[in-house]
Design a protein around this ligand. Structure first.
Ligand SMILES: *Cc1c(COP(=O)(O)O)cnc(C)c1O
Length: 413
């Protein structure tokens, strides 16, 4: 009997195998048919320390037995208070308020609503959102609206709102000029993935450009939203990517590694000015957003355990070790005549194989099958191969991944 499960980003008509995973440990996943798989993409960019970290597992179990769920409108609990307090300590002092939600997409929706609420409550309605070309901010309607348009969202185009798009900084001056012009014309906010555009193809740009973009927004009063859903929690070598540019956003979106990747949780941090624009004795000015599981105590307990791991375990050393190994493997792979545009930021390494034929080219499924056959979880973005493993991945498992990348480069003729 076939499964009734409808999977995300999966073409069921192709009948590709869907492995059944039974348990995970560190960077390794085990399947029902007895295979040992290396998770080279951190289960879609979320697993930072490794699967089944004992501290996070214990925190989840203890919290589930204590307080599983509580309405968060007008109520609070210790795990949420602890998580918010620690986030305020970890981020720049200008960010003073923490709003909880449950995915990267909703963190982005919340950021956009905060930005428009800020302007509306100040009686200076600004509506236009500025975005960067090739961006990805999630799959809900608002998040799709501020992301790149293409095959992923064409049928839903009638639901998406208009945005101002500035070019990806291949030519930094062109990007800055475009942002300057659009910001001067008046915009509510600019949303951007700092330093790396993830789903857009692991496209990396320099910290100086990020800093310049932030300065332009500040000059024109355009709110600066940093979407660190993918880049946060050490991915790029620092806790947050914005640190590398000395950038302080007005609004910061975090999710993915917030719980170490164990359970869904997201936050949108905001400056005091944005919070103040909503604070009043008038209920019509409050921030109108909630979801059933806002600040779920079990998820908050997992995030709190994640913070303990960051404080008490050598996470920065693991990241530095992984980054150095990635650099060595990438340098090797870059020698291949079919390898193009090798690049790295922190724990993320990427390159292109062969020629770009777009996401739906037949190369993509061949690459996917190549890695699947070798018990590796690698999921190319079109012809972009990238490696973004949990920080605890063993050296020989990482070497296996890169060996298979070498074979994949040989495969392309
Ligand atoms: C993954 C991602 C999102 C969406 O997060 P979900 O939890 O999948 O909704 C948003 N922004 C960026 C930069 C992402 O990489």
């Amino acid at each position: 009997m076939t499964s009734p499960v409808w999977h995300p980003f999966t073409q069921h008509g192709l009948n590709e195998p869907i492995p059944r995973v039974t348990h995970g440990e560190g960077a390794i996943l085990h399947t029902a048919d007895g295979r040992r798989i290396v998770d080279a993409i951190s289960s879609w960019w979320v697993t930072t320390h490794g699967h089944g970290h004992p501290r996070i597992a214990a925190a989840i179990a203890a919290q589930a037995a204590t307080l599983d769920q509580i309405i968060f409108a007008g109520w609070t609990h210790e795990p949420a208070e602890d998580v918010a307090a620690e986030l305020i300590r970890l981020t720049p002092p200008e960010l003073t308020r923490v709003f909880f939600s449950d995915s990267g997409s909703t963190a982005v929706e919340v950021a956009l609503k905060m930005a428009l609420g800020f302007w509306a409550n100040r009686g200076e309605p600004r509506e236009r959102i500025l975005v960067m070309q090739h961006s990805y901010h999630g799959d809900t309607i608002g998040a799709m609206s501020v992301g790149a348009r293409g095959v992923f969202n064409r049928p839903y185009a009638p639901l998406l709102f208009d945005v101002g798009t500035i070019p990806f900084p291949t030519d930094p001056q062109a990007t800055l000029d475009a942002l300057e012009a659009q910001a001067r014309a008046g915009a509510a906010a600019f949303i951007v993935e700092p330093l790396v555009l993830g789903a857009g193809g692991m496209l990396i740009y320099p910290p100086a450009v990020l800093a310049e973009m932030r300065a332009i927004c500040a000059r024109h009063g355009v709110l600066f939203i940093a979407d660190e859903v993918m880049t946060g929690w050490g991915r790029t070598g620092t806790l947050f990517a914005c640190e590398q540019a000395g950038v302080v956003p007005d609004i910061l979106c975090l999710s993915k590694g917030l719980t170490g990747g164990a359970v869904p949780l997201a936050v949108t941090l905001a400056s005091e000015a944005i919070f103040e624009a909503h604070r009043s004795t008038d209920r019509s000015r409050q921030f109108f957003h909630s979801s059933s599981y806002t600040a779920n105590p079990i998820a908050c307990a997992a995030a709190r355990a994640n913070f303990t791991i960051w404080r008490e375990e050598p996470v920065a050393d693991r990241i530095a070790t992984l980054a150095a190994r990635q650099a060595a493997h990438l340098a090797d792979a870059a020698q291949h005549r079919r390898a193009a545009n090798p690049r790295q930021l922190g724990t993320i390494a990427a390159l292109e194989v062969g020629h770009d034929e777009g996401y739906l080219s037949d190369l993509a499924p061949r690459l996917l099958a190549h890695f699947r056959d070798r018990d590796l979880l690698v999921r190319p973005l079109g012809n972009t191969l990238y490696v973004m493993p949990p920080y605890s991945i063993a050296a020989d498992d990482l070497a296996r991944v890169w060996h298979a990348i070498g074979e994949a480069l040989d495969m392309v003729v």
